[in-house]
Design a protein. Structure first.
Length: 132
């Protein structure tokens, strides 16, 4: 039984590590593009937002998707309609919590594509990727 648990935990740990790497690379790319990252991994009862940033006067909620290789499609294809709905819920909760509901905001998606060997191939920033 113990061996099975370790085997099941390994892929999850690898996915979490890949996700953290993707979020770090996404934050670096957004900073290069002029965003100012305010928070990482904001969690509430509705879900999680990977990054919260500012670009100009807009508050930007960022979903980061990272994929290694092409076997499972493009990273941004993993942002399903259900995930988009959750992102809007979390964003509006955040705005209410911080009493800034009148502020201009948007949801961007950052796709981080890695090779099967783990080398960065491409980062794509999709501005206004999710609409409320």
């Amino acid at each position: 039984m113990g061996t099975h648990s370790r085997q099941a935990a390994a892929p999850q740990a690898a996915r979490q590590g890949l996700g953290r790497t993707g979020e770090r690379l996404a934050a670096e790319e957004l900073t290069r593009q002029g965003y100012h990252v305010l928070e990482r991994n904001f969690r509430c009862t509705y879900g999680e937002i990977d990054l919260i940033a500012e670009e100009g006067d807009e508050l930007v909620f960022v979903e980061v998707k990272t994929r290694r290789g092409a076997a499972y499609g493009l990273p941004e294809e993993a942002v399903t309609i259900r995930k988009q709905q959750k992102l809007v819920q979390v964003a509006t909760y955040y705005l209410d919590l911080h009493q800034c509901a009148e502020r201009a905001w948007r949801i961007d998606v950052v796709a981080v594509q890695m090779s099967t060997q783990g080398k960065l191939e491409e980062i794509r920033v999709h501005r206004y990727a999710v609409t409320a």
